[in-house]
Write a protein that binds this ligand. Structure first.
Ligand SMILES: C[S@@+](CC[C@H](N)C(=O)[O-])C[C@H]1O[C@@H](n2cnc3c(N)ncnc32)[C@H](O)[C@@H]1O
Length: 240
């Protein structure tokens, strides 16, 4: 693993562990983020357009998608079990409240199963860290976005090495101990949170990567030290 790629074996192992988090995902997430996660999700929602088609890459069990009621939405995830849980969670509520259903599609960021210039925005929350080839995934997002439209990413990046060490302690000790109790096992799947965090880069690494793949106006904001940075960038109106 490095700041740009995760080897195939590690990625497959990570995916198995992510699947194992499904029953306790929201509970541990709330604890790990001291209940802040809903505020961060609101910050993403505010950056997404009210009108037009939105893609969420790495929707997991639908924790963010359920908050996008009323918006035209496609959710993508490589784990079929995530989609099986997310779809009824999101669509039953939408139907009850008289909104169109969201679509759920199996796939990976690195090979998006969509034509170019399709989406009015793409978001990805706590998933970018797990993409096995981040540059390939961002290039795919650029391809499927309409010119002038935004990508919004949230994940815990490091500002520098000291910050990275404190983040590691937080995940290893605070989140790890709680996950061990909740999952009732020493080898709990949240250990992979620490692993992927250690290899994830700095805020600046991904501001630069967004520019390198062709986005413009790439910027980042730390929204909670050690736990959440938000990046945003736009597809140029003219790609020539
Ligand atoms: C921690 S969950 C995030 C769920 C949700 N977005 C949220 O806000 O809580 C990360 C998700 O990213 C997905 N993922 C991992 N690698 C991916 C890839 N290469 N392309 C798309 N999704 C990926 C995983 O399958 C997992 O469901």
């Amino acid at each position: 693993m490095d700041t740009e790629t995760i080897g195939e074996d590690d990625w497959n192992e990570l995916q198995k562990n992510l699947e194992a988090t499904i029953p306790v995902y929201d509970k541990i997430n709330r604890f790990a983020t001291l209940g802040q996660v809903s505020k961060w999700r609101r910050k993403v929602r505010e950056r997404l357009p009210e009108e037009g088609l939105i893609l969420e890459v790495g929707c997991g069990p639908g924790s963010f998608a359920e908050e996008l009621e009323g918006r035209e939405l496609i959710c993508l995830d490589p784990i079929p079990e995530m989609l099986r849980v997310a779809e009824p969670r999101v669509n039953e509520m939408r139907k009850r409240n008289g909104y169109n259903e969201a679509k759920f599609i199996e796939g990976k960021a690195e090979q998006l199963p969509f034509e170019e210039n399709k989406f009015d925005a793409v978001c990805t929350l706590f998933s970018f860290r797990d993409w096995y080839d981040k540059k390939a995934g961002l290039s795919e997002v650029l391809r499927v976005l309409k010119p002038g439209s935004s990508i919004v990413i949230v994940d815990p990046a490091k500002i520098n090495r000291v910050h990275g060490y404190l983040g590691w302690l937080w995940m290893r000790i605070w989140v790890g101990s709680y996950a061990k109790v909740i999952c009732k096992q020493d080898e709990h799947p949240w250990k992979w949170l620490t692993k992927t965090y250690v290899h994830f880069g700095t805020t600046k690494d991904y501001v630069k990567m967004l520019e390198e793949v062709g986005f413009e106006n790439s910027r980042a904001k730390l929204i909670f030290p050690g736990m959440a940075t938000i990046w945003q960038a736009e597809k140029p109106l003219d790609l020539d």
